[in-house]
Design a protein around this ligand. Structure first.
Ligand SMILES: [Zn+2]
Length: 95
């Protein structure tokens, strides 16, 4: 049996996914996805791999949430105060 984390790593090595997609695929909440990703990010270093994060972006003014080192979707844009945001996306790459 594979653990959720192993499965999560496999998925992200194959394709780029957002928290919502991962939560659906793994049948866990987005909050749990966040917890697993935090642990995975640490353990990947030893395997010479890296979790690449495409930051969330505002779909209205193109503001990019660059400083946001979090895995969850932000609620709204600090610049234009809109809530139309693209989610962050994750992909595991070799270092
Ligand atoms: Zn905005």
């Amino acid at each position: 049996m594979k653990t959720i984390r192993q499965y999560l790593i496999e998925i992200l090595e194959e394709q780029e996914m957002d928290p919502k997609g991962l939560s659906k695929r793994l049948k866990i909440s987005e909050k749990e996805v966040h917890t697993h990703l935090t642990h995975i990010q640490r353990s990947l270093k030893a395997q010479k791999k890296k979790l690449h994060i495409t930051p969330a972006q505002c779909l209205r003014c193109d503001f990019v949430f660059k400083d946001r080192n979090r895995f969850t979707r932000p609620g709204r844009c600090p610049k234009c105060k809109e809530g139309h945001l693209s989610p962050p996306c994750f992909k595991i790459k070799s270092v």
